[in-house]
Structures are given as C-alpha cells and as structure tokens.
Ligand binder design. Structure first.
Ligand SMILES: Nc1ncnc2c1ncn2[C@@H]1O[C@H](COP(=O)(O)OP(=O)(O)O)[C@@H](O)[C@H]1O
Ligand SMILES: [Mg+2]
Length: 499
C-alpha cells in the first residue's frame, strides 16, 4: 500500500544535518488485524447465542474480521497522511527560512542553464529581483567573455561527468544589472529531482575580501621592495666596511713591520751598551740603558700583539700542521717562565698526564697560547702556586693553567676575551700588559677548532682550560701571512726578558 511521501530529493555529496526524518509508518497497521480479530470474535459470540450453524458463524466471523481490519487500516491511513503532510509543511518552512534569510544568493538552474529559482539575496548582490531572473538564462549574470567557457564546462560535465573545478568554491566574476563586474565565489551542487538534473549554486560577493587581498599583496610587495633596498644598502655598507677594515689591517701590518726594524736596533744596541759591549759604562748609565732596553722590549711586545691581532682579523693567519709532542711545549713554557715565577717566589709546576702527548697541529701557536695563560697566571698571583697540566682526552689536547691569584669576579669573566680588556684597572701600575693576550689566545684556539674557558673565584684563584683538537688541519689563509710568520707575543717577550 503506498502513502504520500516527500518528493525523492537526491543531492550529491554530504546532505548535512538538515536532512529531516520522515514520520514512521504507524504501529497501528500491525494492530489493525488484531482489532478486526476482536470485532470478529464479538460477532461470532453474538451469533453463537442466536444458534446459527458453524459454517454460517465462520462466514460471518471472517466478514467481521475483514470489516474490522478495513476500518482500522482506513483510520491509520488518514492519520499517517496527516502526519506526513505536517512533516512536509515543517520541512518546507525550515528550508524556506534558509532560502529567504541566507545572505548568499542561491540559484537553481536546469541543464539548459535556465534559472528555475532565485532567492531574495540575489537582489542586493546582482541588482535583479528573483522574479526577474526566473526563466532567464544564467548568462544574464555572467560577463560576456566568460559565457562560452562556462557553457563548454557544463556541456563537458553533462556528457562525461568530468569536473575541472572544485565545485565547493569556484571564484569567478559576476555581472551586475548595472553592468559592473565583481568577484564572487560559488559553491555548486547537483540535485536529482526524480529524473530531472538540476544545479544549485550558492553565490557570495567577495569584493571586500579581494580588495583586502589586493591591499595586502601591494603592501607585501612594497615591503619586499623596501627590504631588498635596505639589504642592498646594508650589503654596500658592509662591503665598504670590509674594505676599510682590510685597509686598516694592511696599514697596521705595514706599520708594525716598519716599526720593528728600528726598534730591534734600539733594543739590540741598548742591550749591547748596557752590558758594556761598546766600552765600560757607569752603574747609573747601566741602569738608564736598562730602562731604554726594557721600554724597547715592551714596545716590541705591544707591536707584536697588534700585528697578531691584525693578522687574525684580516684573515691572514696561517696555521701549520705538523706532528709534535705537547709535553715538549710544556717544558719550553716552564723553562721560559721559571725565572719570573722564581722572582715572585711562586711554586711553578708542570704536569703531563702521559709521558708523551703526540699531537698534530701548529706547535708555535700552541706554545703561544700556553705561554700567554701561564704568564697571566704568574702576573696575577702574588702568593701560592701556578700549575700547568696537559693531557689527552679523546680527540682533544687539554691544557689547564691553575693559579692561586687575585681571581676574576663573575661579572667580569665574559669580558676577559674582548680585545684591550684589562679588568684590574686599579692595579694597572703593578700589572703591565695590552689586554690583547686572552683575545689572541681565544682567536687562535678557535682558528684551530678549539676553545678556551675560565673558572675563577676572586681572591682564591683561576683555572683557564684550553681544548684543541689533537688533529688540526693546516689553514693557509693568505699569501701575505705565509711570507710573514707570526711574531712572538707580548707574553713571550716578557717571559724571555724575565729569563
Ligand atoms: N690568571 C688571571 N688571574 C686574574 N686575572 C686575569 C688572569 N688572566 C687574565 N686576567 C685578567 O684579564 C685581563 C686580560 O688579560 P690579557 O688579555 O692577557 O691582557 P694583559 O695580560 O695584557 O692585561 C687582565 O688584564 C686581567 O685583568
Ligand atoms: Mg696577558
């Protein structure tokens, strides 16, 4: 038995939560037969009393059963039909509210692209009243140049089912009634109404969004242009700075070289005179020649440190790679510094964790670092001991210089390795130096692939630890440096002077 149901609506894709439930077929159908049975039973009982034959009774009972069931079915049918209609009305009201209140324009078209329905939102968007669009071709709402492509796309879809666009969001242009074009986004779906194919399109005006996107794009482009401009300016400035820096380094290198020649003469001849090599000198003359000689040494040390810094900074540092025994480096440093330690009555000890410490790298630079650190340790220690210890730890050569000296406050420690840094300004008179030693040491260690660290407690002492790779590659950085080997540092000169 058939009952009126809503039209068969098949929408392609997810139908979402608006799909409402149809009313269930009433349970009464199954009870209808029971009802008929009860009526038949009553009639049969009545007949039993009137003394009818069994056959007549059965006949009447069946008739009564059929009549009862028929009445019950009719009752059910009417109730179900009423429910279905109420459901349809409710469902229509719900969909109509969407249709009317939607801010998106909604169009339903057939396969010939004739507009079948249009909702009220099309009026503010496209300038047409819905009634003016119904029965008209969709083309009316499309800029002329896009119509052909659209028609072909639709044709292709109808014939082959092929979609070249994402139907969930197609961006295109719409034609307003007044003739202006504006960007819209359309979401399509296909609907089967019985055997008829129809297409529903939700249209959204995206002019504001497009304008915002355009502004953003312009701003981004402008920003990119400005960044590119600033980067160019910075690159130029950097290049100029680099050139200036190179000129400065070359100047320092040349000047240092030129200054060292006469200085060496001053040091050499003043030493000769002081030691009586050019004839006898009085005690006072010897003392004063000693000052000249010492000042010359100090100046030479300054120049050598400056020259090293300039070599490193201009990238002209050359590192040699040769096999050597680091234990011998320790012995050399001990020999150089023993007199200075003795003069201050400090216990200078050197320890190696193995009899031989085979290393490959730049022996001179290694010596220079250890000498600098040990020289500092002696310089900044008044009582107690300075201990040098060397060992191999895995791929590292580790050198420790420990002293019981004045120490360095925690807040000063990060500054130690800056050029020209001298923490103990108050002691300037007692501690000579340029403030370049640690800077040079760290630069050299880093160039060799290593590092220097410090641990220190004021008035207790300091530990400087250097880690250098046991295998260091040679680093030829420039032809000028190769021709002009690095000079001994201030520390080494002072140490030898002490000897
Ligand atoms: N072992 C040390 N104990 C205490 N202070 C130190 C020690 N070594 C270095 N310093 C501090 O670090 C500063 C920088 O050292 P350095 O670069 O070798 O320069 P310089 O020895 O020419 O003063 C020193 O002036 C000193 O203040
Ligand atoms: Mg120093």
């Amino acid at each position: 038995m058939g009952f009126p149901t809503p039209p068969d609506l098949r929408v392609q894709g997810d139908t979402g939560s608006m799909a409402t439930r149809r009313p269930r077929r009433p349970r009464e159908y199954t009870t209808a037969l029971g009802f008929g049975g009860v009526v038949a039973g009553i009639v049969a009982l009545a007949l039993l009393r009137t003394g009818q034959s069994l056959f007549e009774m059965a006949l009447v009972a069946v008739a009564a059963l059929l009549v009862g069931a028929g009445i019950a079915f009719a009752h059910c049918w009417v109730r179900h039909a009423a429910r279905v209609e109420a459901h349809l009305r409710e469902s229509e009201a719900r969909f109509r509210s969407l249709w009317v209140t939607s801010s998106d324009g909604i169009l339903i078209i057939d396969t010939a692209q004739t507009i079948l329905y249009a909702n009220p939102a099309v009026r503010p968007m496209l300038g047409w009243a819905p009634a003016e669009l119904v029965g008209r071709p969709l083309e009316r709402l499309q800029p002329e140049r896009l119509r052909e492509a659209h028609r072909r796309g639709m044709q292709r879809y109808l014939e082959s089912g092929e979609r070249r666009l994402d139907w969930r969001a197609v961006e295109t242009l719409a034609l307003h009634r007044d003739g202006h074009e504006f960007p819209i986004e359309i979401a399509f779906s296909e609907v089967m109404l019985g055997e008829e194919r129809q297409f529903v399109g939700f249209l959204r005006d995206i002019s504001v969004r497009k304008r915002a996107e355009e502004t953003l794009r312009q701003n981004t482009t402008q920003l990119e242009l400005r960044v590119a401009e600033r980067t160019r300016a910075l690159t130029e400035a950097n290049e100029q700075l680099r050139r200036l820096d190179q000129v400065k380094s070359e100047f320092v290198a040349t000047m240092s070289h030129e200054l060292r020649t006469p200085l060496n003469a001053i040091i050499g001849f003043s030493g000769l005179l002081r030691d009586g090599g050019a004839g006898p000198v009085s005690e006072e003359q010897r003392r004063q020649l000693g000052f000249v000689h010492g000042a010359g040494q100090h100046l030479l040390a300054l120049i050598n440190d400056l020259l090293d810094v300039s070599h490193i900074e201009s990238g002209r540092l050359v590192l040699q790679a040769a096999d050597f025994d680091a234990a011998e480096v320790l012995t050399d440093v001990m020999t150089a510094l023993a007199p200075a330690a003795q003069a201050k009555r400090l216990a200078l000890t050197g320890v190696t964790l193995a009899p031989r410490l085979p290393v490959q790298g730049d022996r001179r630079k290694c010596y220079q670092i250890l000498l600098n650190l040990a020289n500092n340790a002696i310089k900044f220690t008044e009582h107690g001991a300075v201990r040098l210890s060397l060992g191999l730890e895995g791929p590292w050569l580790v050198m420790n210089v420990t002293d019981t000296g004045i120490g360095i406050a925690a807040e000063h420690q990060p500054l130690l390795f800056e050029p020209f840094c001298q923490i103990e300004r108050g002691h300037r008179r007692s501690y000579e130096g340029t403030g370049l030693g640690l800077y040079l040491c760290r630069k050299l260690a880093q160039a060799m692939g290593g590092e220097i660290d410090v641990e220190s407690t004021p008035q207790v002492g300091s530990i400087f630890e250097v880690r250098l790779p046991r295998l260091q590659a040679s680093v030829p950085v420039g032809p000028a440096a190769a021709a002009q080997p690095s000079a001994p540092s201030a520390a080494s000169v002072k140490a030898t002077e002490g000897a």
